[in-house]
Write a protein that binds this ligand. Structure first.
Ligand SMILES: [Mn+2]
Length: 298
């Protein structure tokens, strides 16, 4: 192994071993969360992305193998900026190491990593889907509070000037343009702003029309093709990239190709789905890559 290992591999390995160590070290974890919270607090609700090729990562949900694969891809592609669309925790087997890896990556590669908030970066979801229990059992209430303080500072959207918008769920009914999303708050520990909740929760639906209650989830809205087309035209967008829903190949276009849904956790809940990330060039090229966690059958 060592003979074939490059410098790039080694630094990805170092980030991974740091993350695994910090996940079992309460003081180290508290320090990482505090440093991350302060760094994230300097970012606005909507991040202005650089005019560079993007590596966009969808839901990870505690899949450390998928997260480490994405880290390796970023470090091997020096022209890329990584945007992760949220849902780092809940449900998976390795939630704390996955969160620690993504936060550690953001600090180590600051300036070329943007972490967005998903609907699972909230206390209420963490209570119901496993993250709160995992953190409380390992490290206690102070550590869980520190996670939630950091989550509250995550930006909710990212915009690249040539016309690309990234967010976790979807466009909200209360926003006519990208500028309106930029004026939303980050949402606090438990978001109560209706448009912030919609950014984190909404799903596209292959129908005409606008916004309707999201009956499948019981929260947020669904948005139809007309909502997407009109919002994007008003905002000068050519692509909307969101996450939040698994698909067989991990990446699927919607609304006539205007939208792209990404999900990066392979074999989610035994669904036998693939995980995917996307490379989005400044030339409007969109390439999806299959997530290939090392040493795993899924
Ligand atoms: Mn989600």
């Amino acid at each position: 192994m060592d003979a074939g290992m490059t410098g790039v591999d080694r630094s990805a390995d170092e980030l991974l071993s740091d993350a695994m160590a910090v996940a079992t070290d309460r003081d180290g974890l508290l320090e990482l969360l505090k440093t991350s919270r302060k760094a994230l607090a300097r970012e606005p609700s909507m991040v202005a992305l650089p005019a560079r090729r993007l590596l966009v990562v969808g839901d990870l949900h505690g899949h450390l193998g998928a997260a480490s694969w994405a880290v390796r891809e970023l470090l091997a592609r020096t022209d890329c900026h990584l945007v992760a669309l949220g849902d780092y925790v809940d449900r998976g087997d390795e939630q704390l190491p996955t969160l620690a890896l993504m936060l550690g990556l953001r600090l180590a590669e600051s300036g070329r990593v943007t972490l967005l908030r998903g609907n699972h970066e909230t206390p209420r979801m963490n209570d119901g889907y496993g993250f709160a229990r995992a953190v409380l059992e390992a490290h206690g209430q102070e550590a869980l509070d520190a996670c939630h303080a950091a989550f509250a500072e995550l930006p909710i959207a990212a915009h690249r000037q040539d016309g690309l918008l990234c967010l976790h769920g979807g466009i909200p009914g209360g926003a006519r343009t990208v500028g309106d999303i930029g004026r939303l708050p980050k949402g606090g520990r438990e978001p109560t702003d209706a448009d912030v909740i919609e950014v984190l929760w909404n799903d596209p639906e292959e129908r005409h029309g606008g916004f309707e209650p999201n009956l499948d989830r019981g929260i947020g809205m669904t948005f139809g093709q007309d909502a997407t087309r009109e919002f994007m035209a008003r905002s000068g967008l050519w692509l909307l990239v969101r996450a939040h829903q698994p698909s067989p190949e991990g990446a699927v276009r919607f609304h006539g190709g205007r939208g792209l849904s990404l999900f990066s956790h392979p074999n989610y809940h035994g669904m036998a789905n693939e995980g995917a990330v996307a490379l989005v060039g400044m030339d409007r090229s969109v390439e999806t890559l299959r997530v290939m966690p090392a040493g795993r059958g899924d």
